[in-house]
Design a binder for this molecule. Structure first.
Ligand SMILES: CC(C)(COP(=O)(O)OP(=O)(O)OC[C@H]1O[C@@H](n2cnc3c(N)ncnc32)[C@H](O)[C@@H]1OP(=O)(O)O)[C@@H](O)C(=O)NCCC(=O)NCCS
Length: 160
């Protein structure tokens, strides 16, 4: 498995991965899933210098993605972390998270939003040292939904 920076040429495959993984994770209408993972936004993120957008690849395909968006000098938003359903629980999410952390030196805090019913995502983040800080409404593309606000403090060497 290799972890690489996402390039514009990867966006079509990444969009397919996101749509498939969202369908498996969230009970949302297909139309909302497609609109929340728009090609234009993904392309912008791949080109944005403030965003770390990485993908995991095996010999034939992209198996997972992570997006980290720098918000301030010492704070980063983990915007997305998705692994293809057929490739989950093989350590790919952990490797993407570790690779992402290496790309954000100097960061003291990582924040993220997670759907309360997403047991597997929350379990993963708790295992990585995140804490639940609150529950709030979040706008995602074309709809609003309730999310846990989670955060992880990086003091000294990251605990992963
Ligand atoms: C959450 C996700 C990114 C984790 O990636 P992964 O490659 O499957 O995770 P790893 O194999 O690195 O697992 C690390 C640990 O996370 C936890 N975990 C991962 N998947 C889990 C699941 N389905 N149920 C419970 N715990 C889970 C486990 O503690 C696991 O360690 P273990 O296998 O030694 O018990 C991936 O499962 C995924 O894409 N899920 C759907 C989308 C999602 O929830 N993304 C997060 C958005 S908020």
């Amino acid at each position: 498995m290799r972890i690489c920076r996402v390039k514009s040429a990867d966006i079509t495959e990444i969009r397919r991965l996101l749509i498939k993984t969202w369908r498996d994770t969230y009970r949302l209408p297909p139309d909302k899933i497609r609109r929340s993972n728009g090609r234009g936004d993904l392309l912008l993120q791949a080109e944005d210098p403030k965003t770390v957008f990485l993908c995991a690849r095996d010999k034939i395909r992209i198996t997972g993605v992570i997006t980290l968006v720098r918000q301030t000098a010492d704070k980063v938003l983990l915007g997305r972390l998705y692994v293809l359903p057929s490739c989950q629980r093989r350590g790919i999410g952990t490797k993407l998270f570790q690779a992402g952390l290496k790309k954000i030196p100097g960061v003291k805090k990582i924040i993220l939003n997670a759907a309360p019913e997403n047991y597997q995502g929350i379990n993963f983040y708790l295992k990585k040292g995140f804490k639940i800080k609150g529950l709030r409404w979040q706008k995602c593309g074309c709809f609003d939904y309730r999310v846990y606000l989670m955060e992880k403090l990086l003091e000294g060497p990251p605990m992963i």
